[in-house]
Design a protein around this ligand. Structure first.
Ligand SMILES: Cc1cc2nc3c(=O)[nH]c(=O)nc-3n(C[C@H](O)[C@H](O)[C@H](O)COP(=O)(O)O)c2cc1C
Length: 173
């Protein structure tokens, strides 16, 4: 399968690397796309090394002006993991001010899109975030709901990225 794997800026990016690695090991072709914030948490070299393909981050990269449309044509499924609160709320409003935003607005709804949020409990339970999640679900997006437990910020509650094995089971089912 061709898998378009998108990462946004959460501390859980390091766990998403395990998901990318396992997908590649399972024989899938994985194209990673990361936001600028995601690259504050992990390096491009990690994603390129794991996927064996150049990482994409920019809407206006020279020579790749139709990437946001081509990638959705190419992909059999798309995964956004981890999904930040910022990203969920931008998606719900249709903001397309970066490559991920453009990919979302050119998403082919005939194909599956899995979104795995990861964030602080307050961000996750914020009414705006919850409304965005409901809106995305109503549009046919599969939300891989976060687990409850210890969070990087020291809080305990809902917001932990779903465990990589569970994400793999969900997207490969
Ligand atoms: C140390 C640190 C950890 C963060 N972890 C998260 C997180 O897990 N989830 C989240 O929604 N935002 C988190 N943020 C905030 C996002 O990185 C920020 O909202 C950013 O603008 C998201 O951009 P993006 O959605 O374009 O990737 C974190 C910020 C910092 C400084």
């Amino acid at each position: 399968m061709n898998i378009l794997f998108q990462l946004s800026g959460s501390i859980a990016c390091y766990k998403a690397c395990t998901v990318v690695s396992r997908l590649v090991q399972a024989g899938h072709t994985v194209q990673c796309v990361a936001t600028e914030s995601a690259l504050k948490f992990i390096g491009a070299a990690t994603l390129e090394g794991l996927s064996g393909r150049a990482l994409l981050t920019e809407t206006f990269a020279p020579g790749r002006w139709m990437e946001h449309i081509e990638l959705n044509r190419w992909a059999d499924i798309s995964v956004l993991c981890p999904a930040t609160a910022n990203r969920l709320n931008k998606m719900a409003s249709g903001v397309a001010d970066d490559l991920l935003g453009n990919l979302w607005l050119t998403h082919d709804f005939a194909k599956p899109l899995f979104v795995a949020p990861a964030m602080n409990t307050r961000m996750w339970t914020h009414p705006v975030t919850q409304e965005s999640v409901q809106k995305l679900e109503s549009l046919g997006v599969t939300i891989l709901r976060p687990d409850a437990g210890n969070l990087a910020c020291g809080d305990v509650g809902e917001g932990r990225l779903m465990e990589p094995d569970a994400i793999l089971r969900a997207i490969l089912a």
